[in-house]
Design a binder for this molecule. Sequence first.
Ligand SMILES: O=C(CO)[C@@H](O)[C@H](O)[C@H](O)[C@H](O)COP(=O)(O)O
Ligand SMILES: [Zn+2]
Length: 194
Amino acid sequence: MEDHIIKIFKESAQLKEIFLNENLGRLVNVIEAITGALKAGNKILIFGNGGSAADAQHLAAEFINRFVIERPPLPAIALSTDTSVITSIGNDYDFSEIFSKQIRALGQAGDVAWGISTSGKSPNVLKGLEMAGKMGLITVGLTGRDGGDIARNVDYFLNVPSNSTPRIQEVHIAIGHVICEMIDFKLFQRPEHK
Ligand SMILES: O=C(CO)[C@@H](O)[C@H](O)[C@H](O)[C@H](O)COP(=O)(O)O
Ligand SMILES: [Zn+2]
């Protein structure tokens, strides 16, 4: 049991390092893109399924409330939290449309659509990002495995190269926290981050 636990922690730590070694430049680009959208008065729409739905609402809360420094609230909405909206779209149309229809309702050109999928191929996340792209939103995909169709259909993707959903999710939330922290500093503090 102890050995197994140690193995999980090691894999999780190593995957963070592997991701960073391959993606630092891409991560900076995503941070610049989201910061630019917020500076221009746009908002962030974040969405995913299961653990990634939880990540979406976790990150939206960081933006709306506060993160590491005192600063004004930033506009972000998780599209995975309103059970009435999600069940009505899923029931009347199709579960694959639960995010795309919300994007149609809430998205405006220049906003950021940030989809999270460890497989890179959940149809509802893909359709949400495709709709966002058609409407002129900036599209960001946080993916795993080989990135799937999602990584191939977004303006910016950050892919965690692993086949383990929980290990990918652990890196995803670290990436999300880094994005929140850098945006805080870029918008509200530390000239060296600008
Ligand atoms: O949290 C976990 C597994 O760690 C699960 O709830 C997981 O998020 C769900 O199976 C999702 O439906 C997987 O979707 P995706 O990441 O492939 O888009
Ligand atoms: Zn999980």
